[in-house]
Design a protein around this ligand. Sequence first.
Ligand SMILES: C[S@@+](CC[C@H](N)C(=O)[O-])C[C@H]1O[C@@H](n2cnc3c(N)ncnc32)[C@H](O)[C@@H]1O
Length: 238
Amino acid sequence: MAFQVPKGEEKYDYVQSKFSEIAQKYDLFNDLITQGFHRYWKNQLVGAAGLQAGDQALDICCGTGDITERLEKAVGPSGRVWGLDFSIGMLQAGRSRDPLSNRRFVQGDAMNLPIRTGSMDAVTVGFGLRNLVRLEDGLDEVLRVLKPGGRFMCLDMGKVTLPIAKDIFRLYFFHVVPKVGRLLYPGQDMFDYFPASSLEYPAQEKLSGLLKDRGFTNVSFTNYHLGSTVIHKAYKPA
Ligand SMILES: C[S@@+](CC[C@H](N)C(=O)[O-])C[C@H]1O[C@@H](n2cnc3c(N)ncnc32)[C@H](O)[C@@H]1O
């Protein structure tokens, strides 16, 4: 039977505990299933955020801090960067990557950010929004913590529409990705959650519409790999 994504609070607890279980090999898993391309997409994401030395940036659903690390380089020593995640395991894996770094890792919920209103020049998220129980609450929180004119950058899976390519990607996500995951963590069902959760996640245009509905402006997106990966950019009105 196909994997059923848990609903409501059950989904919250499932995601929080399961990411902690796979945290130690999460980076390796990412490299394997994207053949290293996630690094390129993350570079593109941070590059397009247009950060300057001294800026303040927040990376929500930061996991082991891949994007957080890139933000830190972009804002330089005079800037400030926070990585926020609700999984202790992922945060611990992130901290152990570079214990001397200046970035701050915070445990918290992306739908209820412990961050001051209007304080961030940019907020980023990578492969995170689709895990939120209430996506709209997450978007409202991003808008709240951004400074007027601040940028929101979101990297996630998109929908492939090209015939044949669509079937090939589906085969890859639903049959190859879980097998790769189980090579690293035998018996772990989290790797069926990944493709299943992408089904409920809005397509590129729909997410753009949602961002506009929540009050973001100048919303745009760029597709990568035939739209299987997408970066959205949106602004808080100045
Ligand atoms: C697929 S990982 C992405 C990690 C990292 N951003 C990356 O791109 O490699 C998703 C992360 O979102 C976190 N997450 C999911 N729901 C969350 C929530 N409500 N609040 C905070 N973090 C959450 C998970 O713990 C996990 O670390």
